[in-house]
Design a protein around this ligand. Structure first.
Ligand code: FCB
Length: 461
C-alpha cells in the first residue's frame, strides 16, 4: 500500500506526560500536579514530577525524532509553564523551552504541531471554578493570544484543545481525571466552556500568528456499537454526549437537539449565551481525530449487575450525565494492555463518517497507538503487537483517504513511553521505550518499522 508523499507521518506527546521539571524555571502547578499528588488518584501514586525528563533531554530527544525520520511532531505546551498561575505576563524561561523545541524541530526538517491545552489547567484557575466557569474560557483565549504572539512565526499548526470530552466528562463527571470532580451539571458546563475557549482562541491564533498557520481542534471519538436490536437509542445517546457535543457546535454551529433533551434533567443549559455558537463555529483548517477502540452499548435492563466497562477508569462518578442507564459491555478481543479492543476498521468507518457529514473538512489523525507490556531484551524491544496495531490503523486511515476522506496525515501515540494519566507509568504507549530509572531511550521494533514506512512510503500490509 502506497503512502502518498503529501500524507504527513509523525508522532505525538503531551507536556505533563513527558516533560517532568514540574517546579523548575517558574512553572506553577496544574490540576494534574494536584490530582496526581492526591493519594489514591493514580496507579501507584505516580505523578509527572520527572516523567520522561524531556525538559532536560530536549536536544537528545530531537535527535531521536530526526533519527526516526519524523515529518511532524505533535507536542503540547504546558500552560502553567509559560503563563504561571494562568494569567498575566508570560514566563520567559518557560517560553524559551518551547522556542528551543520549535527551532530544534525546524532545524531538523520536522513540522511543529503545537497543542495549547492537553489537560494541564493552571491550578489557580481551577481554584477559581475551573472549566465549569465561563471565565476560564476567557483566560484560555488570553493565554492563546500571548503564546502565539511569541511562537506564531514558526509553528506550522496550532491545536486549541486536546480531547475536550476527557477534560469535561472525565475531569468533572466521572472524576477519573483531574480535577476529579463528579457532577454532571458541572461536566456539561465545562463542555460548553471548553467549546467556547476553542472558539475564542481561533481568531486570536489567526491574528497573532505571522506565518498563516493551520488551526485545529482535536477530538476523541467514541465509535459506539449496538449490542442488540434495542440498543439504537443507547448508541445515539453516547454518540451525542461523546462526539456531537463537540462536532455539533464546532462544525455545525449548534448543539444537537437530542443532546439538550437527554440532559434536560441535569442542566438547564443556561451556560450557552447569545453569540457563543457563532464564535465556537469559526472555521478550522483541520479537525484532529484521536481514535483507539470502540465501545459496545445497550439499554441497562435495571436488574443485571452493571459492568460500567466504557474503557475509562472508574472513579465513582459518571462521565455520561443523563445517560447513566446506558450499559457498556466488555469488548470482544483482541485487546491492548489498556483492555481496549483492537478494531482498525472502526477508524476507517469513523473517518468516512466524518467526511460524509462534513465533506469540506480536512482531517488529521492526531493520535492512535497502543499500550502493550514491553521488555528490553539485549537492547531490543520486540513489540510486534504494537507494530501490527499501528500498521493496521495506518492502513485503515489510508483506505479512508482512498475512499475520499480528506485525511492529511497520521500521528502515532506516542513518541515516548510516558505518564499515562490515572494509569501512571503502568502503561507503555511509546514507539520508543523509556527506562524510568536511567531515562535511557530504546527505539522499539515498532519505532523502527514506523521509520521504515516513512522512508519507503510503502506499507507491506
Ligand atoms: C488520549 C490522550 C493521550 C493519551 C492517550 C492514550 O486520550 O489524549 O494523552 O493518554 O489517550
Amino acid at each position: 500500500m502506497r503512502i502518498p508523499s503529501d500524507f504527513l507521518l509523525g508522532a505525538a506527546t503531551a507536556a505533563y506526560q513527558i516533560e517532568g521539571a514540574a517546579h523548575q524555571d517558574g512553572r506553577t502547578s496544574s490540576i494534574w500536579d494536584t490530582f496526581s499528588h492526591t493519594p489514591g488518584r493514580t496507579w501507584n501514586g505516580d505523578t509527572g514530577e520527572v516523567a520522561a525528563d524531556h525538559y532536560h533531554r530536549l536536544e537528545a530527544d530531537l535527535d531521536l525524532m530526526a533519527s526516526l525520520g519524523l515529518e511532524a511532531y505533535r507536542f503540547s505546551i504546558s500552560w502553567p509553564r509559560v503563563q504561571p498561575g494562568g494569567s498575566g505576563a508570560l514566563n520567559d524561561l518557560g517560553v524559551a523551552f518551547y522556542s528551543r523545541l520549535v527551532d530544534g524541530l525546524l532545524a531538523r526538517g520536522i513540522r511543529p504541531i503545537a497543542t495549547l491545552y492537553h489537560w494541564d489547567l493552571p491550578q489557580e484557575l481551577e481554584d477559581a471554578g475551573g472549566w465549569p466557569e465561563r471565565d476560564t474560557a476567557e483566560r484560555f483565549g488570553e493565554y492563546a493570544a500571548r503564546i502565539v504572539e511569541v511562537l506564531g512565526d514558526r509553528v506550522a499548526m496550532w491545536t486549541t484543545l486536546n480531547e475536550p470530552w476527557c477534560s469535561a466528562f472525565l475531569g468533572y463527571g466521572s472524576g477519573s481525571h483531574a480535577p476529579g470532580r463528579t457532577n454532571g451539571a458541572s461536566a456539561l458546563a465545562a463542555m460548553h466552556h471548553l467549546n467556547l475557549a476553542h472558539g475564542i482562541a481561533v481568531p486570536e491564533i489567526r491574528r497573532a500568528a505571522r506565518n498563516a498557520p493551520q488551526v485545529s481542534a482535536t477530538l476523541n471519538f467514541h465509535v459506539a456499537r449496538a449490542r442488540d436490536e434495542n440498543a439504537e437509542d443507547a448508541v445515539r445517546r453516547i454518540d451525542a454526549l461523546a462526539n456531537r457535543s463537540f462536532t455539533g457546535p464546532i462544525l455545525n454551529g449548534d448543539y444537537p437537539d437530542d443532546l439538550i433533551l437527554d440532559t434536560a434533567g441535569v442542566t438547564d443549559w443556561q451556560f450557552v449565551r447569545s453569540g457563543d455558537l457563532e464564535k465556537i463555529s469559526a472555521p478550522i483548517d483541520l479537525l484532529g481525530v484521536n481514535y483507539y477502540s470502540t465501545v459496545t452499548v445497550s439499554e441497562w435492563d435495571g436488574r443485571s449487575p452493571r459492568t460500567g466497562n466504557d474503557g475509562h477508569k472508574g472513579a465513582g462518578g459518571s462521565p455520561w450525565p443523563g445517560s447513566e442507564h446506558v450499559e457498556f459491555h466488555p469488548q470482544p478481543g483482541p485487546q491492548t494492555d489498556m483492555g481496549w479492543n483492537i478494531a482498525p476498521d472502526a477508524l476507517e468507518e469513523l473517518l468516512l463518517r466524518l467526511h460524509a457529514e462534513h465533506p469540506e473538512q480536512p482531517l488529521l489523525v492526531t493520535e492512535n497507538g497502543a499500550a502493550f507490556r514491553d521488555e528490553v531484551v539485549d537492547g531490543r524491544v520486540r513489540d510486534s503487537e504494537r507494530e501490527r496495531y499501528i500498521e493496521e490503523h495506518l492502513a485503515a486511515t489510508l483506505r479512508a483517504r482512498e475512499a475520499g476522506a480528506d485525511v492529511r496525515g497520521y500521528m502515532v501515540w506516542s513518541l515516548l513511553d510516558n505518564f499515562e494519566w490515572g494509569y501512571g507509568y503502568a502503561k507503555r504507549f511509546g514507539i520508543v521505550h523509556v527506562d524510568y530509572d536511567s531515562q535511557v531511550r530504546t527505539v522499539k521494533d515498532s519505532g523502527r518499522r514506523f521509520a521504515s514506512w516513512i522512508q519507503s512510503r510503502e506499507l507491506a500490509g
